[in-house]
Design a protein around this ligand. Structure first.
Ligand SMILES: [Fe+2]
Ligand SMILES: [Fe+2]
Length: 155
């Protein structure tokens, strides 16, 4: 499987989490409930961005290093990191809700740019074989079995 398809699939699951956090923010005024909901989302988001930073983006450096789209995606990962760090220590519920909405809006816009621009560029500059090899690295990190080949690492 191509790394780009794997990452699109992760976006699909994260969109579900965005909606779940939005519902929690709208329905609850319990800061611990809200914090737990954001915590699940932020772990999933950081894990996803970490896979892009360690597997896909380095492979693109040799083709589009320094170009707008790749550097913009890296800068937005940094913005996500900063918002997550701020939300983790926020004590005021209204501010925490606002930070969560900012995080979801930022991540949603970021995902749209990746899907419409960066992943398309990756598929333009990397060969099918390269995309599949990166997909194998993704499967190993995620402990996912692809095409009957187990990628579960021995503990
Ligand atoms: Fe990303
Ligand atoms: Fe992404």
């Amino acid at each position: 499987m191509k790394i780009t398809d794997a990452l699109r699939g992760e976006h699909g699951v994260l969109y579900v989490l965005f909606e779940d956090v939005r519902e929690t923010i709208n329905d609850s005024d319990n800061i611990e409930v809200i914090r737990k909901s954001i915590s699940t989302l932020d772990k999933a988001l950081l894990s996803h961005a970490g896979i892009e930073d360690s597997i896909l983006f380095p492979a693109l450096d040799q083709h589009i290093a320094g170009m707008g789209p790749l550097e913009m995606m890296r800068a937005e990962h940094q913005e996500v990191d900063e918002l997550v760090a701020a939300a983790r220590v926020e004590q005021d519920m209204a501010t925490l809700k606002s930070q969560a909405k900012q995080l979801i809006d930022l991540a949603f816009g970021h995902f749209q740019k990746e899907e419409m621009a960066l992943f398309a560029m990756a598929e333009q500059f990397l060969s099918e074989e390269e995309l599949a090899a990166l997909g194998e690295q993704w499967a190993a990190k995620r402990n996912v079995t692809v095409e009957g080949h187990s990628c579960i690492s021995a503990a």
